[in-house]
Design a binder for this molecule. Sequence first.
Ligand code: FAD
Ligand code: SF4
Length: 500
Amino acid sequence: MPETNYDVAIVGAGFSGPILAAKIAEKGVNPRNGNRLKVALIEAGPYLKGTPRPGYGSPVRRQRFTNLESSNPVYHWESGGAKMVGGTSLHWTAQSFLPFPIDYIHWQKETGVDWTQENFKEAVAEIRRVFNIHQYPDEVDTRGNQLFYDVAKGMGHDPHRQSGSRQNCIYCGFCSGRRMCKYDSRSSTLGTYIPAAEEHGVDILPDTYVEKIVIEQKGERGVARGLICQSAGSTYQITADHVIACCGYTRTPWLLMRSGYGPPEWRGNPITVRNSNIGKHIDGHPGVPGVSALFDEPMGDGEVGSIGGYYMIHDDRADGEGRLLFRANFGDDRMPDMAALNTFAPEFGRKHKQYMQTKGILRTGSLRPSVGKGSGRWAMDPDGKIFYGGDHSLTIRRSKEGMAIAREVLEKMGARKITSIDIPVRINEATRGSHRVGSCRAGADPKTSVVNPHFESHDVDNLFVCDASVIPRVTTGNSGTPQASLTVFAAARIIDRRFS
Ligand SMILES: Cc1cc2nc3c(=O)[nH]c(=O)nc-3n(C[C@H](O)[C@H](O)[C@H](O)COP(=O)(O)OP(=O)(O)OC[C@H]3O[C@@H](n4cnc5c(N)ncnc54)[C@H](O)[C@@H]3O)c2cc1C
Ligand code: SF4
């Protein structure tokens, strides 16, 4: 039976949990007696321990992080997302956009949080340093990507080279989707904040599923008292003075609702503390069809893999609503499974074999638009399922405009074949979307948010939330590094208000 009494219990060891654990254990003290805090970091998935060696990997991780393991349910939740110590920071693609100036403005405008660019300065600098965020070197650029840059620039666009979070990367190219880096090159919390947390005495409890937060009712409010955990077939209780939920944008609202804290219409167990915003207002980048092209000449030489080419941003309103972000990748896709299923690959027989043998994939590329700051939102229904709703006319319009811009660029690049853009754009749960945030959003007004700008629950004392779910609006680019920066910022706030 593990230790069961903590000052701080943090649920979820993905992007956010380890950052909070490391910082609170290092810098926080019990304000009553000045003692160091006892901190637990609890994770449903396994802990693949081993000294971080960026560029080499640790034996246990090299053995396990294969393409086959990328879909092993031991490491992934059925509904998506990673389940292990390090969480999604182990299977993200490490494409790194820090928040753009307009993203801070949108956060403030949406819910009144005081999360300004100035307030985030130190946190952003820390994540840039710790995750080694840098622009990809010119040596790994492809001629297709360079052609894109010249053509897009000539058309009046403003393309930029993509940045990533990697150390000693060998650019093997097997880096997309849920694949995990065998060489520890992709920056993760497992290789950075987890060792720091252990150094500062945090108890890491892997393979431990938190079933509920224990919330004692006090009139219409509640007080967090600890956790009900399941591990190795037994259920036990952890007592904690403070609980921080860091389970990600779907599992944090589920955990709160299972704990009796949520919207009154929730059809699971009874709700004793109400907040109608839990599981609502989910923003993200809806799945917009990418536009792919086939060229006469190879766009790359096969020496470097898919690591991210260029991006460009396109606004049509000064307030940034409906802003488009395009990603350009040409001639750098080496993953055999993706090559075999490429739109331009012959489907069957000798021709398909020839395409694979002659690296036909190197003649292809794509320009993929995504809509940030769209008009619709996802939400959880009373059974916890996610649906897309609201007025999403702006999102649809911008998706179509994005596809038309992509086609125009590809034509000017001299593509021989381009995939059709005359297809209906449907945005619903089936088309998914990525970088979802906001299911327990932070805000100044308890009527429209779940936590305050200091990450404290509006309704339950000693309960905090800090993960993708608190971000009031999706950022322009991917959400991982903004989320990590937000967590460094959150740690400073929580320590300042509660543990100093
Ligand atoms: C395939 C993929 C690729 C991505 N690529 C990029 C990218 O290139 N760049 C980028 O910036 N962003 C990327 N993202 C997004 C980024 O990874 C997320 O924004 C980020 O991981 C969110 O962090 P989090 O802390 O909210 O959640 P997570 O990192 O998912 O952490 C949540 C943790 O909580 C644990 N947990 C959940 N419920 C419980 C429970 N009840 N008990 C115990 N533990 C629990 C989970 O197992 C998990 O480890 C990608 C996401 C995915 C899925
Ligand atoms: S390209 Fe990706 S998988 Fe390959 S070494 Fe670099 S980070 Fe790791």
